[in-house]
Design a protein around this ligand. Structure first.
Ligand code: KG4
Ligand code: ZN
Length: 334
């Protein structure tokens, strides 16, 4: 019964991506053009440049995604697009493209939440069982989300300052690694023989919120102190201390929440799901606690349009479409 083709567009940050997904779970194409090389020399994503790059690339991505899908553009049943959150200028490019397609083809437009996309990336691979808990960790997000049933999202915790990936990138920058620095810190940490103990921000005893800016400051302070004293810094021990602190807090809170909300599965989503230390620690802990852990393949963890199609499919099923006057919403709530 599920044969509808959703063409989805994702341009919320620095990846221009278009996908065609059949029946909400079969990926026919998922093309991604990353702007990392462009932003690298600035040490982070420059919003104005991101928008311009999306404009340059979006048409080609749409053509490629349709061609690779083996279908014609006029066979698409609906057009989905990330409405927010994200960089407003970047979101706008995808939204204008999506509206034009929806209008030209006379098919529904489905505005989609970026985090719903990260979570439903799992549905492209696994059979989800409810209630489940999603730990969303990326460059822009750190959230714990309870899904009581399909398509219902309740954010029970989020970062009060830096996102995890953001903290990784800032620490990496201080250690002179190129952007994005997360993978470099991960590698360095895993090569370390010892760890420098750093603080863990548990916040209030019952809180599921996170805070990583204090930890980041502690790392920067250690780097400065070594510099001032003229001592050699044990970079790998520092990276490992940072990584252990991050993983400890993420894991403890996720496991506590999984138990409290009776989660039948724990979903790890977002670009930081690539972190080797986090995957290993969560895998072992979830096994010990008897909570199945789902981690999509890396290509579906980082920003991509197939995950947007998967989330949009839920709205499609319930007939929740968006009108053509829909606007980009950088602060869209889940
Ligand atoms: O999901 P994503 O591709 O983009 C956002 O929506 O933000 O996540 C990118 C983030 C970057 O901050 C990057 O440094 C981080 O994920 N990241 C990692 C690793 N691989 C990517 N952080 C820690 N360890 C990794 N192995
Ligand atoms: Zn993302």
């Amino acid at each position: 019964a599920d044969h509808e083709l959703i063409l989805a567009i994702e341009t919320s940050c620095d990846e221009t991506s278009v996908a065609v997904v059949k029946g909400g779970r079969h990926i026919l194409s998922n093309v991604v053009s990353s702007q990392i090389e462009t932003h690298k020399r600035f040490g982070g994503v420059v919003p104005e440049i991101a928008s311009r790059k999306h404009v340059e690339t979006i048409t080609l991505m749409m053509e490629q995604a349709v061609q690779e899908s083996g279908h014609r553009l006029d066979e698409m049943s609906a057009i989905a697009v990330t409405q927010g959150p994200g960089l407003v200028g970047a979101l706008l490019v995808g939204i204008v493209a999506a509206k034009s397609l929806a209008m030209a083809l006379d098919v529904p437009l489905i505005g989609t939440h970026h985090i719903a996309g990260h979570i439903y990336a799992n549905a492209l691979i696994y059979e989800l069982q409810y209630p489940c808990l999603a730990l969303v960790v990326s460059g822009g997000h750190t959230e714990l989300v309870v899904l009581e049933r399909e398509g219902s999202f309740r954010i029970i915790g989020r970062t009060r300052d830096d996102a995890v990936g953001e903290a990784y990138d800032k620490v990496a920058r201080a250690l002179q690694f190129p952007y994005p620095g997360g993978p470099h810190i991960d590698r360095l940490a895993q090569s370390a023989e010892e760890a420098i103990t750093l603080p863990r921000a548990w916040l209030e005893p019952d809180s599921y919120d996170f805070s990583f800016s204090g930890l980041k400051s502690a790392v920067l302070a250690a780097i400065n102190q070594a510099k001032m004293k003229g001592e050699e810094l044990d970079r790998s021990a520092l990276a490992r201390g940072f990584q252990e602190s991050v993983i400890d807090v993420l894991m403890e809170k996720a496991i506590r929440a999984a138990k409290q909300f009776g989660a039948r599965q724990l979903l790890l989503c977002g670009g930081v799901a690539a972190n080797g230390g986090l995957r290993a620690a969560l895998t072992a802990r979830c096994e010990a606690e008897g909570v199945p852990l789902l981690i999509p393949p890396l290509s579906l963890c980082t920003d991509n349009a197939a995950m947007i199609a998967a989330a949009a499919h839920l709205k499609w099923k319930s007939g929740e479409c968006t009108t053509l006057d829909m606007k980009a919403d950088p602060g869209l709530s889940l």
